[in-house]
Design a protein around this ligand. Sequence first.
Ligand code: HEM
Length: 416
Amino acid sequence: MAVPILPSEIDISSPEAYLNERRLQADFSRLRNEMPIAWVDREPYRPFWSVVRNADIKAIEKNHQIFINEPRLTLQTRKAEAASAAMFGGQRYGVRTLTDMDEPDHRKYRDISSRWFVGPGLRKVLERVDRIADRFVDRMVKQGGQCDFATEVAMWYPLYVILSLFDLPEEDAPRLLQLTQHLVSASDPDLQRSDLGGTDAVPEFFEYLGRLLVERRAHPGDDLASAIATAEIDGKPIDTLEALSYYLIMVTAGHDTTSGAITGGMHALVENPAEREKLRQPTPALLRNASGEMCRWVTPVKHFMRTATEDFSFHDATIKAGDAVALFYASGNRDDACFEDPDRFRVDRKVDGHVAFGFGIHSCVGRQLALAEMDAFFGRLIPRLRHVEFAGDPKLIQSNLIGGYKSLPLHYEITH
Ligand code: HEM
C-alpha cells in the first residue's frame, strides 16, 4: 500500500502557517477531502501522521489503549527536543503532567482535581468568577472607550481566576503570565525566551511553584494548590515532580487557552454584528452555546499528539507501532461532516461535537470552568456594548500549539 504523503505545497506544521488562518483552513479542508491521514516528514520536526477529520480525531482519542500520550505529546523542533533531553534526560521537559500520563496513573491523578471542576466545587469557584468578570467589564468602562482587548483584558481575566483557585496573590499575575508565555508561546519571536521551545522556562517556573508547594504542604488551605500538595496516590503522598507538574499544567493551560478563546470570540463578534445582536438579551442556554461556538471557532489548542503502541490500519495507511499521530483539532472543528457551513461564526449553531476541549479520557478537565468564565464575561459585556470596532490590526501569536492574540485594539461604547 502506498504511503499517503502530505503534498509539498501544504503546510500544517510550521508555527508561521497558523498566522494565515484562511490558507491554513483551505489546506485542512483539502486534506479532509483527499487525504484524511498523511505522513508528514518536514524539518525541523521528526516525522508524524496527521489526522484531520473530526470523527477520526475522536476515534484515535477513544482508542487510548493503543494510542497513548507518552512520550511525544506535541510538535517540538528537533532542537527543542535535544535541549529538553540534555537538560532533563528522558522525561519530556522534565515534567510529568496529566497530559503526559497514561492509564492507570492518569485516572488516579485526574481524580485529585476533578471535584474542583464539577458540581458544588465548581459552583463555589463560579461565585468568584462572577466577581472577577465584573471587575474586568468595569476596567473596560474605565478605559474610556479604547483598549487593547488582548493585552489589557483577556490575558488577565482567566489568569485572575486561576490565581483565585490557587489562592495566590494578584501581584503574581505578571510573573505567571510571562512564565506561561515563555513556556507555551515559545515559537513566537516576540514572546519567546529563546528558540528552545520553552524548555528553558521550566526551571524558573518550578522554582516559583516549588516555594508554593512547600508552603501549602506546611499550611494547607481550602484551595486547589493545597489539594494537590496534600494528595495521596496509592496511599502515599504525591511525589514532588508530579505535584509541581500538576501546578504547572493548571497555571498554564488554565488561562492561556481561555484568554485565546475570549479574544478570538470578541474578534468574531466585532466582525459579525448580527451575531452580537443575538446576544443583546441572551438566555443562559444561548450564552453557553455562544461560548461553545467561540471555542470551536478559535480552537485555542491546535493539536495534541499520540503514539501508537501497535500497528494499526487507518484509512489507506498502516500506522506502525512507535509512530506519532498529530490530532489537528483546528481542522476537526471545521469539518463539514460535523458542522453545517463550518466557516461561518454563528452563536446559535448546533455546536455539540466540537473538539476544542479534546475528547475521551484526556478531554479538558477545566471545560466547564472555561465555558462559565466566557458566559460570565460576555453575558455582562455584550448587553451593554452599544458600539465596537477595530482600532488597529489584530495580531495573532505565532504558534502551532496554543494559539491566541498578541493584540486586539478596539474602540467601543459601553452603557452604564
Ligand atoms: C477555552 C479554554 C480551554 C481549552 C480550549 C482547553 C483545551 C484543552 C485540550 C484540547 C486538552 C487536551 C484534551 C485531549 O487530549 O483530549 C485539555 C486538557 C486539559 N486542560 Fe484544558 N482547555 C481550556 C481551559 C482549561 C482550564 C480553565 C483548565 C483548568 C483550570 C484546563 C486544564 C486542563 C488540564 C489539567 C488538562 C489535562 C487533562 C488530562 O490530560 O486528563 N483547561 N484542555
